[in-house]
Design a protein around this ligand. Structure first.
Ligand code: KG4
Ligand code: ZN
Length: 338
């Protein structure tokens, strides 16, 4: 154990949440402030990048102030400023990044650029003090779906990704065609509670590569089903559609995760990204991992979707490894994982 406590200020602004947090020694959350723009974007059916940037500008400084205040840690006591620099919306990323650079420079603190997706994986360390690499990660966010081998705190090996839509994107698009508000994932999950997951047999694309995903065919088949019902003047049971679609997505995610557990011999799998808040996914994966002799870890609900605690946690492990970013660090909207 280090002889002095380490405090990291995390800042996140990659999409539609402006967030700041203070984390002690990598694993203890002292504050977690999130200003969500969901209600602002809802009437447009999705995130409008220009509006997102403007809202981040309004929120970023008050959110950082509040995070420091709630943690009762003054800026002078912070050891480093960790900030998301990609992937995400470039105009949104630049707001958090600029604020972080200005703070780091003014307070004489190191700047640490964090990969947002690695942050999602690290959200699991906040929830489980015993979790340590190596483990498998199923990353399921609005823009990404991937199976990642986490071999160390700073080493990752990509096993496979989606070839087209991300899982969260498929949830959002299906919800949208069914007339539900953005973001679609939680809406589909709610509606599915009243539906029969076996009512409609949507296709499950398994592909030749066991660790790659494809969700666009599944999304199209839901759209075709709705269209055909309408053409034939047959009623649509939306709860059945939601439950059957959710069942199909989670079946694929779970089956491929189990193949990856067996293929790698790893005994722990973590969930990362917004879709990991889905209870059906958590329950099915916990059961399947258990049958394969492995254990599932997932973040608490607030840490499943975008937040800055995960960024501070990821930043901590980069900090102790001596990783520092230059003050001319640029946003990288297409930053890769692994
Ligand atoms: O990680 P996240 O907050 O933002 C990105 O980094 O993309 O993920 C947002 C995605 C959205 O597509 C949203 O619909 C999905 O996560 N999501 C869910 C649930 N909660 C959020 N999908 C399924 N079930 C949920 N409960
Ligand atoms: Zn995210």
């Amino acid at each position: 154990m280090q002889d002095k406590d380490i405090y990291i200020l995390g800042i996140e602004s990659s999409c539609d949440e402006t967030a700041a947090a203070v984390v002690k020694n990598g694993r203890e959350t002292l504050s977690n402030i999130i200003a969500s723009q969901i209600m602002v974007h809802r009437r447009f059916g999705g995130v409008v990048p220009e509006i997102a940037s403007r809202k981040h500008i309004e929120h970023v400084l008050p959110v950082i102030d509040e995070a420091l205040k709630e943690a009762r840690v003054p800026l002078e006591r912070i050891d480093a400023v960790a900030v998301t620099y990609g992937p995400g919306l470039v105009g949104a990323l630049l707001v958090g990044l600029s604020a972080a650079k200005a703070l780091a420079w003014a307070a004489g603190k190191p700047l640490i650029g964090v990969n947002h997706l690695e942050g999602h994986v690290f959200a699991n360390f906040l929830n489980d003090p015993d979790l340590e690499p190596p483990f498998l990660a199923l990353v399921v966010s609005g823009g990404h779906t991937a199976l990642l081998k986490v071999t160390g705190y700073n080493s990752f090996e990509m096993l496979g990704q989606t070839r087209d839509d991300a899982a969260g994107e498929a949830f959002d698009k299906v919800a949208r065609v069914m007339g539900m508000p953005y973001p679609g994932g939680p809406e589909i999950e709610k509606l599915a509670l009243a539906g029969d997951p076996k009512a409609i047999d949507f296709p499950r694309a398994m592909l030749d590569n066991p660790f790659e995903f494809s969700f666009s065919g599944m999304k199209s088949s839901v759209i075709n089903y709705l269209h055909n019902q309408e053409q034939a003047h047959r009623p649509v049971n939306k709860a059945d559609v939601a439950a059957s679609f959710q069942d199909a997505v989670t079946d694929v995610l779970v089956q491929k995760s189990v193949l990856a557990l067996k293929g790698t011999g790893l005994k722990e799998i973590v969930l990362a990204g917004g879709v990991s808040a889905n209870k059906t996914l958590q329950d099915k994966l916990a059961a399947a991992a258990g049958s394969a002799g492995a254990r599932l870890v997932h973040p608490t609900k607030i840490l499943c979707t975008d937040n800055a605690v995960m960024i501070a946690c990821r930043g901590y492990y980069q900090y102790v490894a001596g990783d520092r970013s230059p003050l001319d660090l640029n946003a990288d909207p297409a930053l890769k994982l692994g």
